[in-house]
Design a protein around this ligand. Structure first.
Ligand code: HEM
Length: 339
C-alpha cells in the first residue's frame, strides 16, 4: 500500500510537470511559482521546526550512552560513547554527523539452530547511507554552477574530481552512479527484509522514490534529452536575484526535474528528512553525561507549597485516634485540671 501510494505520488508529479509544460504551456508556473512556493515552505518549515525543538525544556542531561561513563581513574572511560565534557561531546557529534558512527556500530542478530542467538557484521546500511549523503552533498555543490557567476573555484574543482574518469561525453560523474546505486540499495533493503518492510510507511518510501526520480531525471537531462544549460542558468540566476525569467525552449524534462526538486524542498521540513537539522538539537546526543559530576538544577523549578505527612497528622491526630487509625506520634496527655 505504502509503496504503491508513494510510487503513484512520484509518477503523478512527473506527469503533472511533463504535461503541464509540454501540453498546457505552464512554463511560468512550473519554472517560477512552484520553486518560490517550495523555498518559502522550506525556509518557514525549517525555522518552525528548529524553534519548536529549541523551545522544549531539557532540564537534565539525557544523553544516550553506549560505554563506560567517567568513573575512577583506573576504570577505562569510553570518551566518545559516554562523553563527560563539552569537547568529548563535540567530537562525538562530529563523528556522528560526518561518519554516521552509531550506524557503523549496527549489528544484525539472528536465531540459528532454533535457540542460538548470533550477532553478525552488518555494515552495508552504513556504507550505503554514507555514500548516499556524501554524493548528495557533492551533487548539490556541483549544482552551484547554475546559481553563481563567476562559478567559485571549489565548484569547478569538485566537478573535475568527480568526472576524473572521463568516460563518455558529457563525462560521467562518479557521484551520479554511486547516488543511484545507494538509493536503489536503500529501497531494495526496505522491500526485501521482512522486518524492515513491516515497519515501513509511505513516508519512508516517498522520499526514496522522490530522490531516485530526481537523480534519474537529472541524469536524463544531462546525458539523454539534453537541454540548453545557458537557458537553465538564466532561469536559475533570475530566481535567486528575484527577477525571474523563463527563457523559451528549455525542454520539459528540466521542468520535471525542477518540480521534483521543489517537492523535495517543500516536503523536507515536515518529513523525516528533517533529521538533518534534528541531530544537532537532539539532547540525547548533544549533551555530555556529567550527571554525577555536576549537580543540575532544573531552571524551571518554582517553589512548590507542600504539606508533609507530619503536618497532616498534627492537623488530624485527634480525629485519627478517635477513628482508631494508627498515628506516628501519640496524643499528648491533657495536663491534670487545677484543683
Ligand atoms: C535536491 C536538489 C537536486 C538534486 C539532488 C539534483 C540531482 C541531479 C543529478 C543527479 C543530475 C545528474 C547530473 C549531475 O549530477 O550534474 C542533475 C542534473 C541536472 N540538474 Fe539537478 N538536482 C537538484 C536540483 C536542481 C536544481 C534546483 C536545478 C535548477 C537549476 C537543477 C538542474 C539540473 C540540470 C540542468 C541538470 C543537467 C546538468 C547537465 O546537463 O550537466 N537541479 N541533477
Amino acid at each position: 500500500m505504502g509503496i504503491k501510494f508513494s510510487l503513484a505520488a512520484v509518477f503523478g508529479l512527473i506527469l503533472a510537470a511533463y504535461f503541464g509544460v509540454g501540453a498546457a504551456g505552464l512554463y511560468h508556473f512550473f519554472g517560477v511559482t512552484v520553486p518560490y512556493i517550495a523555498i518559502v515552505l522550506f525556509l518557514c518549515g525549517v525555522v518552525y521546526r528548529v524553534l519548536k525543538w529549541a523551545r522544549s525544556p531539557v532540564p537534565f542531561r539525557i544523553p544516550t550512552t553506549a560505554g563506560q561513563q567517567k568513573s575512577l581513574d583506573w576504570i577505562n572511560h569510553a570518551r566518545y560513547d559516554n562523553p563527560s565534557t563539552k569537547r568529548q561531546t563535540v567530537v562525538r557529534m562530529a563523528l556522528e554527523v560526518l561518519l554516521f558512527r552509531s550506524l557503523f556500530r549496527n549489528t544484525k542478530f539472528e536465531m540459528k539452530d532454533g535457540h542460538r542467538l548470533f550477532y553478525q557484521w552488518e555494515k552495508w546500511l552504513w556504507l550505503a547511507a554514507l555514500a548516499f549523503h556524501y554524493c548528495f552533498l557533492v551533487i548539490l555543490i556541483r549544482h552551484l554552477r547554475f546559481f553563481t557567476e563567476p562559478v567559485p573555484f571549489f565548484v569547478q574543482g569538485i566537478e573535475r574530481l568527480d568526472g576524473f574518469l572521463q568516460v563518455g561525453l558529457p563525462g560521467i560523474y562518479i557521484t551520479d552512479a554511486v547516488f543511484v546505486l545507494a538509493i536503489t540499495y536503500l529501497i531494495v533493503r526496505r522491500l526485501i527484509i521482512p522486518q524492515v518492510r513491516y515497519i515501513s510507511l509511505p513516508q519512508d518510501y516517498f522520499p526514496l522514490f522522490l530522490l531516485l526520480a530526481i537523480a534519474i531525471t537529472g541524469i536524463l537531462t544531462r546525458y539523454v534529452v539534453r537541454v540548453d544549460l545557458i537557458k537553465v542558468k538564466t532561469l536559475a540566476m533570475g530566481l535567486i536575484s528575484f527577477h525571474p525569467v523563463v527563457p523559451a525552449g528549455i525542454g520539459a524534462i528540466f521542468f520535471v526535474h525542477l518540480l521534483l526538486v521543489s517537492t523535495l524542498f517543500a516536503y523536507f521540513p515536515f518529513s523525516k528528512l528533517m533529521h538533518a537539522g534534528g541531530i544537532f538539537l537532539s539532547p540525547t546526543r548533544n549533551l555530555p553525561n556529567d550527571n554525577r559530576i555536576r549537580r543540575h538544577i532544573n531552571p524551571w523549578n518554582y517553589p512548590v507549597k507542600v504539606h508533609t505527612y507530619a503536618q497532616y497528622e498534627d492537623h488530624f491526630r485527634e480525629k485519627m485516634v478517635e477513628a482508631g487509625l494508627p498515628v506516628e506520634k501519640e496524643l499528648e496527655e491533657a495536663p491534670p485540671a487545677a484543683s
